[in-house]
Design a binder for this molecule. Structure first.
Ligand code: GAL
Length: 665
């Protein structure tokens, strides 16, 4: 796995470039990364391009043996563009135009902005597309609008209407799907439709319109990225790859829509004061879920991924920005390695002395030369990567029991958008619900892919589909086939209630999945935040208050857990039945800390005779290319069971907080 660092030649005096880029190479990095925010320097005046400075930077990198990732600068247009063509700017929900002064303030829907994008990308492709010093390309940077998420400007209104016309063909069809009979919302033509926006309505936005707007926004982002991909791919060397770096994970864009890219990379900063981590000082290490999600969400998209940004040290935009735990970035780096990434890059080599991110520590500090705490750990890690490279096992036989438990969790943007908009309880979070299941599978030591419902399920012994509220009959059939062929399917609360448009079935609640799950779903319940109820599995009680589906099992269905209290005491909460060669389990309840979910999943693997481990919270063990990697995010020491015959290549078997051990068998 190669390691790189971002460098911004445009931020530093020309006299320092040789020194800085030379130091990037001396510290052991394999590559650098240029240009994603440099449009003002590439096109200082409309139509006047200047790449001379970038040529020099590329040459210095190459002389130092560094590969270069070249970026398109489309998150940051020059000031002249906004001044002369304000239609390129994003508009927020209040109708306020977002001005020049930071980044990602542009409208993906603006024809003018797309024209300028085409021109700059074409120029870059002409300049560097045949240049062997360029390793690959990054389109834009973290395609998103950050906190603003969506665009409500005129261009977006026009393209939204067109998107709806393409989708529905007739206004009658749109009226049907949006249920506009309700409150006389009925439209007589597409021109009457506006982007659903709470800020311009008295109250309550039509949820079907909202769902389409979310889908539209994701598709605008994807088409903006594809526009650039197509220009580049037409003219650059075939050896140069093209990617973009999506945030892991940002819920307004959908990386899967950019399947056209050669592979898709991701960015992550796990230590930013938004979570407590695990155990004492855990807030300095982050959660294993963070890098884990990056690995397991992005790798299945194209069968290959890389981390384009990984935290080096303190950032500036967290709730609070603690110093990282000694060893924490090495921990994150090994997690990236273990997750199968082909490279890792980090923002950024030099800490800026000015502007908004001046408090973000780089590989070197404000003097431009002294390695930071993070820089030191990166250097050590790079050396260790070389050790692993030299000790690469010749024959890499895949460990049988590890791959036997290969599992997947479905991620669904439709369901995150639909259920998070109509939460039904303020405590609902699709993401937390999903994370709970993912974490359980990792604690069993499973290799996990986070996949989509359109993907092939056949490689997974267990498939968890959390909160699939929106479902269609094809998917129900696909689930049935998977199970009949021997798969073990886990569906969870809220599932099956609505169709793909977010309409309830004209049937009993979730009736289309009753046969599949071997039970009826009588009704559901939510409790106030300060009120808890219990659900019993075996002899153990678990607390819940977010969601409870109350079930009534069919004849041959086993009841695994029941509600202990409330007026439906004794009714089923979790049911399971054999179906074809496999099984279906329905977990209708979300419990505090996901204790019941863990116990039920353990039962499923045991019943199916799939071997699993039982790692404590915070310990992750993954296998890659013949290397076993065990990592400890928690504060408790953990002794890894390493076979006597194995060779320990890095570290030792007792893992202290933030420790890593690597061995081969
Ligand atoms: C990333 C972003 C970088 C930089 C970094 C700081 O999300 O892509 O440009 O802002 O955060 O933490």
């Amino acid at each position: 796995m190669l390691v790189g660092a971002y460098y911004y030649p445009e931020h530093w005096p020309r006299e320092q470039w040789e020194r800085d880029i030379g130091n990037i190479a001396k510290m052991g990095f394999d590559f650098t990364h240029f240009g994603e925010f440099a449009w003002a320097f590439m096109e200082p005046e409309e139509g006047k391009y200047d790449f001379g400075w970038l040529d020099e930077a590329v040459e210095i990198a190459s002389k130092n043996g560094l590969k270069v990732i070249m970026c398109t600068p489309t998150p940051t247009p020059p000031a002249w563009m906004a001044e002369k063509y304000p239609e390129i700017l994003l508009t927020n929900t209040d109708g306020r135009i977002i001005r020049h002064g930071t980044r990602q303030h542009i409208s993906w829907s603006s024809t003018k902005y797309r024209e300028f994008t085409e021109k700059i990308v074409t120029k870059l492709a002409e300049r560097y597309g045949q240049d062997e010093r360029i390793w690959g390309w990054q389109i834009d940077n973290e395609p998103s609008h950050y906190g603003l998420k969506e665009d409500y400007g005129d261009a977006a209104q026009v393209r939204f209407r067109q998107w709806l016309k393409d989708k529905y063909q007739t206004i009658e069809r749109l009226n049907d799907v949006w249920g506009t009979k309700f409150w006389s919302e009925v439209y007589s033509n597409f021109d009457q439709v506006r982007i659903p926006n709470e800020k311009e309505l008295v109250l309550f936005v039509n949820p079907h319109a909202m769902l389409d707007f979310k889908r539209f926004t994701a598709s605008e982002c994807a088409s903006f990225v594809s526009l650039q991909y197509n220009i580049l791919r037409k003219s650059i060397l075939k050896e140069q790859w093209i990617t973009t770096n999506f945030m892991a994970i940002y819920d307004a864009v959908d990386p899967k829509l950019n399947d056209d890219l050669d592979f898709i990379t991701w960015t992550k900063y796990p230590v930013e004061g938004f979570n407590q981590g695990i155990g004492e000082q855990g807030f300095r290490r982050g959660l294993p879920y963070d890098v884990g999600f990056g690995n397991d969400f992005f790798r299945p998209l194209k069968g290959k991924t890389a981390a384009m940004e990984l935290q080096i040290s303190q950032v500036c935009w967290g709730e609070y920005n603690p110093r990282m735990y000694p060893g924490a970035r090495r921990l994150l780096l090994y997690h990236v390695f273990a997750g199968g990434n082909s490279f890792v890059c980090s923002y950024r080599f030099r800490q800026p002395t000015f502007n908004y991110e001046q408090n973000i520590i780089g590989m070197v500090g404000t003097d431009g030369v002294t390695p930071s705490d993070g820089g030191e750990e990166y250097m050590a890690f790079i050396k260790e990567m070389k050790t692993l490279q030299d000790n690469r096992p010749k024959a890499t036989k895949k460990p049988e029991s590890y791959f036997k438990r290969k599992s997947a969790v479905i991620w669904s943007f439709d369901n995150i958008w639909a259920t998070d908009y109509q939460k039904h309880t303020t405590q609902w979070s699709y993401r937390n619900h999903h994370a709970g299941y993912y974490n359980i599978l990792k604690s069993f030591g499973c290799p996990v892919d986070i996949i989509r419902d359109c993907d092939d399920f056949s490689a997974y012994s267990v498939l968890v589909a959390p909160a699939q509220e929106l479902i269609n009959t094809e998917l129900i059939d696909k689930f049935s086939k998977y199970v009949k062929n021997g798969g073990h399917l886990v569906l969870t609360c809220r599932s099956g209630a609505k169709d793909q448009n977010g309409h309830y079935w004209e049937a009993k609640r979730a009736e289309p999945i009753w046969e599949l799950i071997g039970a009826e779903i009588e009704f559901f319940d939510n409790l106030p935040g300060n009120c808890w109820a219990n659900v019993r599995f075996g002899k153990q009680d678990f607390k819940w208050n977010v969601w409870a589906d109350v079930l009534s099992p069919h004849k041959d269905t086993a009841v695994l857990a029941t509600y202990v209290d409330q007026f439906y005491q004794g009714k089923a909460a979790v049911v399971s039945h054999k179906y074809g060669k496999g099984s279906v389990t329905y977990i209708g309840v979300e419990t505090s800390g996901n204790g019941l979910e863990r116990a039920v999943l353990k039962h499923i693997y045991n019943q199916a005779k799939i071997p699993i481990e039982d790692y404590p919270n915070g310990v992750i063990v993954d296998w890659r290319d013949g290397f076993w990697v065990a990592m400890n995010y928690s504060s408790e020491p953990f002794e890894v069971a390493i076979p006597k015959s194995a060779e320990i290549l890095i570290g030792q078997k007792t893992l202290k907080a933030a420790d890593v051990v690597v061995w081969s068998e």
